[in-house]
Design a protein around this ligand. Structure first.
Ligand code: DX5
Ligand code: ZN
Length: 220
């Protein structure tokens, strides 16, 4: 099954509830929340209080993407705020294995993200431990950027690594520059959770945009 995780970074922050509901009406089963600290990435977005406020309106998976330095400092609080799936970057911590253990100890699903410049081989020692791998297909920090083509190769590598490790159940997420035009080749390369920000939250057409992705998922 292919999942759609609309990124709220492109939603109207004054109308988050409305935009979440529209995306869900369109068929989105994850909601992607981008947390940025102005240090790991050159931007600041939203944090704990916003996750807490939107939690009651999210029917599916609260998918929290932490783009923050030393994310282990905040794992417990994001879990308490309502995160179901917490993704940390391998580049943001000295102890990725421990961070994954901590997320599991908190009762959440654990994701591990790699930036465009980070090789898939970084994931080898932990592929057996994680619920999801996130392949960044833009440099994190901003929405509306162009998909980096080499990400397709990385998705194929992650899929092969998962297969070799007997992890056919692994969620493989792709984030950045995903559109209706490239979604098919992204899925064919191995992704099964597509994050899409600007491609979903285009004004009030979020429902129709999400629906178009779901229709496409049925054809692939
Ligand atoms: C980028 C974020 C993405 C971003 C995607 O740092 O992690 O989730 O919102 O936005 P689009 O889909 O517009 O590239
Ligand atoms: Zn993201």
């Amino acid at each position: 099954m292919i999942h759609l995780s609309p990124s709220l970074l492109a939603a109207d922050f004054a109308n988050l509830q409305r935009d979440i509901e529209l995306a869900q009406e369109g068929g989105a089963d994850f909601i992607h929340v981008d947390v940025m600290d102005g240090a790991f990435v050159p931007n600041i977005s939203i944090g704990l209080p916003v996750v807490k406020s939107i939690k009651p309106h999210i029917k599916g998976v609260v998918d929290v993407h932490l783009m923050i330095e030393s994310p282990e400092r905040y794992l417990e609080e994001f879990r308490k705020a309502g995160a179901d799936l917490i993704t940390v970057h391998v580049e943001a911590t000295h102890h990725i294995h421990r961070a994954v253990q901590q997320i599991h100890d908190l009762g959440a699903k654990a994701g591990v993200a790699i930036n465009p410049g980070t090789p898939v081989s970084m994931l080898e020692p932990i592929i057996g431990e994680v619920d999801m791998v996130l392949v960044m297909s833009v440099n994190p920090g901003f929405g509306g950027q162009k998909f980096i083509p080499y990400s397709l190769e990385k998705l194929k590598q992650v899929k092969a690594l998962a297969k070799a490790a007997g992890r056919e159940d692994l969620l493989i997420q792709v984030d950045g520059g995903v559109t209706l035009n490239n979604a098919r080749e992204i899925i064919e390369a191995g992704a099964n959770v597509l994050v899409a920000g600007s491609a979903v939250f285009d004004g009030k057409a979020a429902k129709e945009n999400a629906q178009a992705f779901i229709e496409l998922f049925k054809e692939v």
